[in-house]
Structures are given as structure tokens and as C-alpha cells.
Unconditional design. Structure first.
Length: 214
């Protein structure tokens, strides 16, 4: 499973990239708003740090506006992926961009039929939101399992990118469910290597060694 970091914060992206296992970055308008920086400027900075796919989400909600924004964003760097909502205009823009060889990430996916439609439109990535489904008392992982089953049954090549991941248990569930990619906040990435027995074990190894040789 590939690992993307879900942030527009450059320090977090650099720290994640330093681990050596980062495959890409996803951003969205809320994440950019938190940074208070021009979207295009920040995307250019991110693409200098990360060579894998960097998702740039459109602000427009109509087909023409989406296509115009996509044309601007793809000029920033070769690894820019255009992020579009799973709406009728989004699907239409996805198809047009796919026909031009532009990669897309179809976001705000909350049901398997949206994932099917965007796969038919030639999406590079589909982003089902696990955490936001959990937030309304349903199980976000059901959506991951259903999309995986549908894509495998019909041979769709669109990559299943699990998004809205809130904690390491979501990551483990996605790994076991066969998600192709997981995009996660930096603080979740930090939690992935934490285990109290690792800390206790390391402390004991070092103490034993020091006792014997110092
Ligand atoms: O970038 C899309 C997605 O990962 C958002 O997550 O936590 O705002 O639901 P969240």
C-alpha cells in the first residue's frame, strides 16, 4: 500500500519525506486555508520536495471552471494530479482530463456507485472518506471493502486511495482490505511506529549493554 501525507504544511511534508517511504501528497481547500498561503505557490513548493503524485483540488464546481483551473495547475509540475469532486461536473471533467492524459483524484466519495462512475471516466485515484462516514455513525471501512470488491470484479485500474483516515487502526484496516493508497495526516504517520514494548525493549537492550561494558 502506498503512503501519502494529507496536508498542505510544508514542514510536515518535509518530515514525512525524510522517512524515505512517502509516495505522494494530497491537499484540499480546507488544508490550504489553514496555511493561509496562495494555493499555486504552495503546490510548487510541495512539488520541489516530493516527486510522487501531488493532488491539487479545484475550487470551481462547474465543468468549465474545473477545466480552467486544471489547465493552470498542471503547468506547475509534472506530478500534479487534479482533484475533483464526485459530482456530475466532476465526472465530466475527469473524463475530459483522462482523454488528455491528465491524472485525476476523485474526492468526496461516499458510496461505491460514485467510485464505479469515476472509474468508468478514467480516474487515476478515487478517494473514499472513511472518517467522515464513521462520524455519522456508519462504518467507513464498509465502503473500502465494497469498492475493492467492485474494482477487482470488473478489472478497473483506478487506484483506491483511502482518505479521511483519523488513526492507526484505520490504517491497519485499509492495509488488510487491499487499499492501494492511504492518505493520512502527519500526526497519524508519527503514530504508526509507536509501541510501548518497543520503547521498553530498547531501553533494556541499552541498559544491559551499558552494565556489561561500562
Ligand atoms: O483530503 C481529504 C480527506 O483526507 C479529509 O479528511 O479528516 O478532513 O475528513 P478529514
Amino acid at each position: 500500500m502506498e503512503l501519502y501525507v494529507d496536508t498542505a504544511n510544508l514542514d510536515e511534508i518535509k518530515k514525512a519525506a525524510d522517512l524515505g517511504v512517502l509516495d505522494g501528497v494530497t491537499t484540499n481547500p480546507s488544508l490550504i486555508a489553514k496555511e493561509g498561503i496562495d494555493y499555486g505557490e504552495r503546490l510548487a513548493e510541495i512539488c520541489e520536495v516530493v516527486s510522487g503524485p501531488v493532488s491539487a483540488e479545484v475550487i470551481a464546481t462547474d465543468y468549465q471552471g474545473m477545466m480552467a483551473e486544471a489547465a493552470t495547475r498542471i503547468g506547475i509540475a509534472e506530478n500534479i494530479v487534479i482533484k475533483l469532486p464526485c459530482t456530475a461536473d466532476g465526472v465530466r471533467a475527469c473524463k475530459s482530463l483522462a482523454d488528455q492524459g491528465v491524472r485525476t483524484n476523485m474526492t468526496l466519495c461516499f458510496q461505491p456507485l460514485q467510485a464505479w462512475m469515476v472509474a468508468k471516466a478514467g480516474a487515476f485515484l478515487v478517494s473514499p472518506f472513511i472518517g467522515r462516514i464513521d462520524d455519522i455513525g456508519q462504518d467507513g471501512m464498509d465502503l473500502i471493502h465494497q469498492i475493492r470488491q467492485a474494482y477487482d470484479a470488473h478489472g478497473y485500474q483506478t487506484k483506491l486511495l483511502a482518505a479521511s483516515i483519523r488513526h492507526p487502526k484505520h490504517m491497519l484496516d485499509c492495509l488488510l482490505a487491499g487499499a492501494d493508497v492511504a492518505t493520512v495526516p502527519y500526526k497519524v504517520i508519527e503514530g504508526l511506529l509507536k509501541h510501548p514494548l518497543t520503547d521498553i525493549g530498547l531501553e533494556k537492550f541499552l541498559a544491559d549493554y551499558a552494565k556489561a561494558f561500562s
